[in-house]
Structure formats: C-alpha cells, structure tokens
Design a protein. Structure first.
Length: 265
C-alpha cells in the first residue's frame, strides 16, 4: 500500500470516529433535553457552558437512580387530596397560613414519595429528573412563600403561590387533588376586588342613574330637537309665540306713546 493510500485511510478512519463521537454526544444531549425539558436550558444558562450543564444533569440522573422512590397508595392519594381541599378552603379566611400549609403539604408528599427533603437546592435537583415540567411552578411558589414570610406578598401573590404549589402537588400525587371545575373556586373567592363588592354594584345600579336617564329635562330635549327643522308646524308655532310676545308688549308701548297725545290736548 502506497504512503498516499495509508494517509487517506487514516483520514477516513478519523472522520468516522469523529462522526461516531458526534452522534453519541448529540444523542446524549437529545436525551437530556427530553428528560429535563426547560430545566436543561435553565442549567445551561446558570452554568454558562453546555458541557458543564450536561455534566451536572448527568450527575443528577446518577443520584436519582440511587433513590428508593415509591408510588402512593390509593388511600394516601385520597388523604392528600382531602388535605389539599382543606388548604384551598382555608385560603379564603387566611391566605398566608394556607400558603404555609401548602408548602408543608408539598414537602410531606415529596418525602413520602422517597425524595430527600433536607436542602432546598438538593431537593429541586432530585425532583428535576422526573418532574422537570412542574419544577418551575415549585420555584415560583417557594419564592413567593419566602416573600410572604417577610410580609412582602400581596393576596394575589399568595393566590398565585397556591396555584404553583398545586401544579407540583398534582404531579407528585399522580392525579388532580380537587374535582374538575372547583380548582380555583376557593382561591378566587379569597381575592375578590373592590369592583366585585356590593357597594360598587349598588353605586352603578342606583335608581338615581335610571332616573337621570329618563328625567323630564332629557325628554324635553328630545321633544325640542325637531324644532330646528325649517317649515315644520313646530316652527310656525314658534313664530306665533313671537307674535304673541310682541302683542303682549304692545300695550305698554301704546301707553307710553299716548301720554304725549294727552299732553298736546
């Protein structure tokens, strides 16, 4: 075999090896993206390196494989679902306590499924393997809960936190914790705005408004509107009114003019 042929063969082999390595890496990346979903992009942004991010995500998979996870029994599912309904009812009278209770309930459920619940960051990392699609909700709920403890969360913020908690809660539970159609009933009732109060409703529908719409002044304005049209009987009536006015004032003028005649006589 000539030296040129050997060189060509070596180049071909190197190209094949590079293609295989590229294919394996692309396959692993695609699998990580499928497993972690939006969490993949988040870790890439946090680390600033795709290689470092993929290394971290593979480490999460290894730790997750060592966990002894277990599904919930139907009895446990029913118990947690009932507890969540109580949380939503509690939100109406005490939003802050309801959100704190929701956080505790989610943590209890995480532990019962077999996940460690010590450090929050480790907890999120472990959950990201199987529950990456709802992990963003958990982060948002946790952030609002922290603001609530500092007195910096509004009632609407607390309502959103409860909705976010419910997303992960339902994912861990394996079913929706409340019946269809009643999901936000309690939380919505606890965040009624001033526009929904009876006082505002009364103000916007008071009899005075209806009376104002049908006052004699409005009727008179409507009745007088056609008088601007020329040639109508109403116009002639206006002219006769002017004649009457002139007639009624004429005697005064005549009286004033009769005085000189009396003087001349």
């Amino acid at each position: 075999m000539s030296p040129i042929a050997v060189i060509v063969l070596i180049i071909v082999i190197l190209v094949v090896i590079a293609a295989v390595l590229f294919g394996v890496r692309a396959s692993r990346r695609k699998q990580l993206q499928k497993t972690f979903g939006p969490e993949y992009d988040r870790v890439v942004a946090d680390t600033g390196s795709r290689a470092d991010a993929e290394k971290e995500l593979r480490e999460r998979e290894k730790r997750h494989a060592e966990l002894e996870l277990k599904p919930l029994s139907p009895e446990s599912q029913a118990r947690y679902a009932a507890a969540w309904e109580e949380v939503q009812i509690q939100f109406v009278d005490s939003p802050e306590e309801a959100v704190n209770r929701a956080d505790e309930l989610v943590t209890q459920l995480i532990a019962e499924r077999g996940y460690p619940t010590g450090d929050y960051d480790d907890q999120v990392a472990n959950l990201s393997v199987d529950h990456a699609r709802t992990l963003g909700h958990y982060r948002d709920a946790h952030a609002i809960s922290e603001r609530s403890r500092n007195g910096e969360a509004s009632t609407e913020d607390l309502r959103q936190a409860l909705v976010h908690y419910r997303s992960l809660f339902a994912d861990l539970l394996g079913t929706e914790p409340v019946k269809a159609g009643t999901t936000d009933t309690a939380t919505t009732a606890g965040t009624r705005t001033a526009a929904d109060t009876p006082e505002t409703t009364t103000a916007t529908s008071t009899p005075n408004t209806a009376t104002a719409a049908g006052t004699p002044a409005a009727s008179a304005a409507s009745a007088n509107a056609p008088t601007t049209a020329p040639g109508t009987p109403t116009h002639r009536a206006a002219d006769s009114t002017d004649d009457d006015t002139r007639t009624s004032t004429a005697p005064d003028t005549d009286d004033a003019g009769s005085r000189p005649d009396a003087t001349s006589r």
